[in-house]
Design a protein around this ligand. Structure first.
Ligand SMILES: Nc1ncnc2c1ncn2[C@@H]1O[C@H](COP(=O)(O)OP(=O)(O)OP(=O)(O)O)[C@@H](O)[C@H]1O
Ligand SMILES: [Mg+2]
Length: 405
């Protein structure tokens, strides 16, 4: 099909309000070609346009491939894919920048969002891609904000398939880690899942929430609706940004406060990344135990400092943060992605030292005390296998005593 005919069909379809089913697209091709195309030509043109106009377009096969977690477009020639083994450049190409922009705008519209020069970025969720087997989190930015052209970031979310049992079976959670996570949930300890970008924090938190007894009511507060635990009693509150006029913003802080009034048995903040940490800790310290959240950190040891920085944004000083944190949160479950894939790397207990500062004590590590560096030897921080075992035993006693109370 000639480019000008494709353009005319596209324009005609842009004004079409009916869903772009094949018959609608075929009718547009026939009309724009003046009826001179035969059935075979209409059919081959239909295939070209169908790929472009339905699902995730040329990206659909990448999203559908087993194991794909992220698909990232940085330019028409650069489509990157992460299938669990790190990023690699795929063979998929867009015709030009306009084609990337068209797809970004169509996906934004499918997510019920706006994406144009006045609102040049979008964060949304797509449910009807991949035949409904997964949902996709969409982020897109248009130029000139994205200096080198439209950027698309798609994250595949397969939460339903990834409960604790599935993650354990896949080797992402070791047997002892699983036992500790079950204990943390059963004893209603408050915990944070820490890890780097894309390490699997949200997935693990979602799976852990699936293990919460059905008799408990979970209220989740999130920036984007990502958590989808298999749990019968879940309420999700989703924040939103200001509109183009700068009005209507709803913050995580406001939502944590609303959550408190909704008779939650557990309050969960999908991702703690700002001042809402202050409200979350306050909530956890006023009779709401068993809460949870994820936080970006490279190790459990870094979590107190990370929260300190976030709390400062919310006006909570260092001393107050540490005393609130020590009283509010008992455990940190750390996930990381290494050569063997994503897995639970460490579980730590938060304790308070003589000066009142909160610090993380490892109670379990996937590679033992040495973290795989030198088995049986000393790891950074002077942790020994015996020390780790002792901390683990003490943490298990905490779980047992909370379980009984
Ligand atoms: N154990 C696992 N095995 C295989 N895939 C996983 C595992 N954990 C997570 N994933 C996949 O990896 C991707 C990233 O996971 P997730 O969204 O949970 O990470 P995250 O740490 O919360 O990321 P972000 O930093 O963006 O919040 C998702 O597509 C998810 O389905
Ligand atoms: Mg996440």
């Amino acid at each position: 099909m000639s480019d000008s005919l494709i353009d005319r069909v596209r324009e005609r379809l842009a004004a079409e309000s009916a869903p772009l089913r094949p018959n609608v697209v075929a009718a547009a091709i026939r009309a724009e070609s003046g009826g001179v195309l035969g059935d075979t030509e209409v059919l081959s043109n239909l295939r070209v346009l169908e790929t472009e106009l339905t699902g995730a377009g040329v990206l659909e096969p990448l999203l559908r491939a087993e194991g794909t977690t992220d698909v990232l477009v940085t330019s028409p020639e650069s489509v990157w894919v992460d299938d669990g083994n790190g990023l690699r450049r795929s063979g998929i190409r867009f015709a030009d920048e306009a084609a990337v922009r068209r797809l970004a705008q169509r996906l934004a519209a499918a997510a019920g969002k706006r994406l144009d020069d006045a609102q040049p970025w979008v964060d949304g969720q797509l449910a009807d891609i991949g035949g409904g087997r997964f949902t996709v989190r969409l982020h897109a930015v248009l130029p000139p904000v994205a200096a080198d052209g439209t950027c698309l970031s798609l994250r595949v979310l397969r939460p339903a398939a990834q409960d604790l049992a599935a993650l354990t079976a896949a080797g992402a959670i070791g047997a002892q880690a699983r036992e500790l996570i079950d204990g943390i949930i059963a004893a209603r300890l408050a915990f944070l899942v820490s890890g780097g970008t894309g390490a699997g924090k949200t997935t693990l938190l979602s799976a852990a929430l699936g293990a919460v007894p059905a008799s408990e009511r979970i209220v989740c507060v999130e920036d984007a609706a990502e958590l989808a635990p298999r749990h019968p009693h879940l309420v999700r509150l989703v924040a939103r940004g200001a509109n183009v006029e700068g009005a209507g913003e709803i913050t995580l802080r406001q939502l944590v406060r609303q959550a408190l009034r909704m008779r939650p048995d557990r309050i969960v903040v999908g991702e703690v990344r700002g001042a809402e940490v202050v409200d979350l800790l306050a909530a956890l310290n006023t009779g709401h135990d068993g809460g949870a959240g994820t936080v970006h950190a490279n190790s459990p040891a870094e979590v107190p400092a990370r929260l300190e920085a976030l709390a400062a944004v919310g006006g909570l000083d260092r001393g107050a943060l540490h005393s609130q944190l020590a009283a509010a949160v008992q455990a940190v479950v750390h996930v990381s992605r290494g050569p063997a894939g994503r897995r639970v790397e460490e579980i730590a207990q938060l304790r308070r030292d003589g000066s009142g500062c909160c610090y993380a004590v490892p109670v379990w590590r996937a590679d033992g005390a040495a973290g795989g560096l030198a088995a049986g030897g000393l790891a950074a921080g002077g942790l020994t296998d015996a020390g780790l075992a002792e901390a683990g035993a003490s943490f298990r006693r905490l779980i047992e005593s909370r379980r009984r109370s």
